[in-house]
Design a protein around this ligand. Sequence first.
Ligand code: NDP
Ligand code: MG
Length: 379
Amino acid sequence: MQPKRVIILGATGSIGRSALDVALSRPDLFRVVGLSARSRAEELREAGRRVHGATLCLTEAGDSDTDIPYRGPGSVGRMLKEIPGDIALNGISGAQGLEPSLQAIEAGMDLALANKETMVLAGRIVLDRAASRGVRVIPVDSEHSAVFQLVERFGSGDLDEVILTASGGAFRDRPLEELRNATPEEASTHPNWKMGRKITIDSASMANKGLEVIEAVRFFGIPPNRVKVFIHPQSRVHALIRMKDGSLYAQISGTDMRLAIQSALVWPRTESCAFGRLDLADLTLTFREPDPARFPLLGLAYRAVEAGEGYTIAYNAANEAAVDLFIRRRVRFTELSVLTEAVLERPWPSRVESPDEVLSVDAEARRAALEAAKGIAQP
Ligand code: NDP
Ligand code: MG
């Protein structure tokens, strides 16, 4: 079998670097043909040196970056069109990841999707386009990778519930009254996973799990009330499915995204993995329900996905804007949910038909979040 030609988008990030490790661990399976980043040119060149022969792409290039063949606005789309690949791994962070997902599908590549915002913003559009282009979208987010593996093996016919686990993030055991004074630095440390800053803060607020509930609804076409969330502090069970008869099946592995990345890249095959083996001895697994008062952003995500597509775009945009303000110390940690709720109070379309409409709802929701922030006293 020829190695799969892989393009890694967001190659300088946490997911992107893990994807490089996976590719380098199995040169018999993978050949990296393209790498993209936003602005960290030196890190991108370094990634390029690791995989030798890959084309580089930098979307916010500086004057001294003329050695990088694809650069500037629109360069990801051009690279995806011109460099033949079998699969694109999207490890870009935030709503900006949507367009490259659509471009990879358009170019006829399978899409290994870590960028959860793609599904939250436009899950239906993305899956429709993938189906008509004859390509697959395979989740990389660990919980969805787990559900995908389980559902593909057990089938979805007798599926009753999907259960996503959550570590509970940086503040799962901190007294509630102290959350008000939580700093961006404290929110940016994760007990179990090493990830980019935005997703780590989202883990502390559980907006990340909120986004993942929406992602699961869209990916697996299951109603929101059949997607459950449990806090599982050990982060070994990534997700479970419950069948009609009550049985639970779980996917269990370590806290290393490289297994989920490899699973997506080799799908529908299973290959031995250098990063995948978890020792069962002495393993303790505990589960509890999340406290809604501690994690209001989780409840708001259910509200958004019940209300419709425009609301999930607004949920993500409001939270991204709020996290940005929190990092700049303009709002408190406990105000992340206040801002998001204020934005969700507004009317948003229940169906969104095109990527342009997605982007206009996204922009309007960001404006609404900034406006709501003006009404909040400076901390
Ligand atoms: P990071 O912040 O570590 O990395 C983001 C990457 O995307 C960087 O390569 C960055 O380039 C690039 N990038 C950022 N903005 C843009 C843009 N506007 N256009 C093009 N490239 C851009 O993020 P993570 O790796 O943590 O997360 C990536 C995605 O994967 C997120 O959607 C996250 O929710 C999801 N995810 C991450 C997990 C993890 O373990 N980290 C687990 C599950 C899901 P540059 O370095 O130049 O800024
Ligand atoms: Mg996840």
